[in-house]
Structure formats: C-alpha cells, structure tokens
Design a protein around this ligand. Structure first.
Ligand SMILES: NC(=O)c1ccc[n+]([C@@H]2O[C@H](COP(=O)([O-])OP(=O)(O)OC[C@H]3O[C@@H](n4cnc5c(N)ncnc54)[C@H](OP(=O)(O)O)[C@@H]3O)[C@@H](O)[C@H]2O)c1
Length: 218
C-alpha cells in the first residue's frame, strides 16, 4: 500500500517506519522540521520519503492521522481534499495538557473526525497502545500469541486496509465493530496509559484478548 503519515511524532514516526519495513511505500509528513522527516525516511530501511501533508495524501491508499487533537484541523487543511480516502486515526481527543478527553461518552474523536470529513472512510486503530511497545511487537511478530489491537469503523474496505496494517506491525487485529465503538476504545486508552506510564515496569505494554471453550454444567 501507499501510506501517507500525517504527523511524524512518537506514533507516526514509529508506525511509518514499521509500515516501510513491512514493504509499504511511506510518505512522512507534518513535523516542525523537514530535516526530521528526511531522517525518518532515510532510516526507515524501506521505501519511504519526506513530503508535505498534500504529498502524503495525494496517491495514498491509506493515511495515518497521528497528531495532537489541537493540530487536527491544521494538518487536514494542509492535506487538501480527502474525499474517498482511508484514514486510520490514532489521534485521541485530549485537552492541551493531555489530562482528559474533550469528547467522550456521547461521541468520540474518531466520530468527530468522520463529521469533519464525511466523504473519507475513517478507521480508529493503533491509538490503544503506547508508542513505546510498537518496535517490540514488530520484533515479536513471528511468535504464536500476538498481542491484540482493537480497531473500529463503518466502512469495510477501509477496515480491511487497517486490519492488514495492524497485522503487518505484528498485532492480531480485533474488529470492535462500528466507528461509534471508539467511544469505548478511547477511554480504554487512558487505562492503558495509566498502566504504561504510572506503573513500575515501563511503558512497553500491550494487551491480548483470549476466548475459552466452556462446557455447560448441568
Ligand atoms: N504517544 C503515544 O504513545 C500515543 C498512544 C496512543 C495514541 N496517541 C495519540 O496519537 C496522536 C499523536 O501522538 P504522538 O505522541 O505521536 O504526538 P507527537 O509526538 O506530539 O507528534 C505529533 C507530530 O505533529 C507535529 N507537529 C506538532 N505541531 C506542529 C506544527 N505546528 N507544525 C507541524 N508539525 C507539528 C510534531 O512535530 P515534531 O516532530 O517536530 O515534534 C510531531 O511530528 C495524539 O493524538 C495522541 O493522543 C499517542
């Protein structure tokens, strides 16, 4: 796939690098320094280049939106027309201090994004894990028990593209249903962040859902 990265910070830089290492064509965009975008492209060890958000969007099969909530309007404006595009968002609707969700319960950041871009196909994915775990998950991708990664969306083709990317990074994709499920996924991330950043064992944390057979007791 051709993948445009809108926001090349902790999440965008790592995911873009892993997408390139998994064989996709990546354009890194939206950082405060062009040098950083060029360095990311050089170090990605795959097919990657630096560009503007408009370059990243132009021929993209999928875009990763990975900016702080306060930068969403700016990066979307720079990206241009996104009608028909698959947009995978990991961006959480956090306040300026990153202490609270500014949209919750009755909507979600992913749904607010879908309202801003009614002609794009939004999938919420990757936002439920800390960036620190991503390289470790990729390195462990041949293990039998992969960590889960939740995703949700309303558009099947977009969800299929997101699931393929989730798999390529080393997770087991778990379809949580329609985009409105982001209302539950986004607060879940605050729990994961608590475990990652307030615990004693470091932020490299993932999660795994398991199913069990139950024999009915008569
Ligand atoms: N970090 C995580 O572990 C994590 C986990 C789950 C979800 N999320 C969510 O994912 C999203 C991205 O998080 P992140 O931690 O990757 O954020 P980040 O490291 O701050 O990255 C944001 C990117 O936006 C760029 N940027 C900011 N202001 C800009 C401006 N005025 N002009 C151009 N570029 C600008 C930054 O540039 P520079 O590179 O120059 O700083 C950076 O590349 C957020 O919504 C966050 O809530 C993050």
């Amino acid at each position: 796939m051709r993948i445009g990265i809108l926001g090349s910070g902790l999440m965008g830089a790592k995911l873009g690098t892993l997408f390139a290492r998994a064989g996709h064509d990546v354009v890194f965009s939206y950082a405060r320094s062009e040098q950083k975008l060029k360095r990311l492209a050089r170090e990605a060890e795959g097919s990657a280049r630096a560009g503007t958000p408009a370059d990243a969007a132009r021929d993209a099969d999928a875009l990763l939106l990975a900016v702080h909530w306060s930068r969403v309007d700016d990066v979307l404006k720079q990206a241009g027309d996104l009608a028909g595009k698959v947009i995978v968002t990991c961006s959480l609707p956090m306040n300026a201090n990153d202490t609270e969700l500014v949209i919750a319960h009755t909507s979600s950041g992913a749904e607010a994004l879908a309202k801003k871009l009614p002609k794009a196909h939004i999938v919420s994915a990757f936002g439920t894990v800390p960036s620190e775990v991503l390289f470790g998950v990729f390195d462990a991708r041949r293990r039998k028990n992969r960590p889960s990664l939740l995703y949700c969306g309303d558009h099947q083709r977009a969800k299929d593209a997101a699931a393929a990317l989730i798999h390529d990074v080393g997770f087991d994709p778990v379809d949580a249903g329609l985009l409105r499920m982001a209302r539950n996924m986004e607060p879940f991330t605050l729990l994961i962040a608590q475990l990652a950043y307030e615990g004693d064992e470091g932020p490299e944390i993932g999660y795994r859902f398991e199913r069990f057979e139950t024999k009915e007791v008569k």
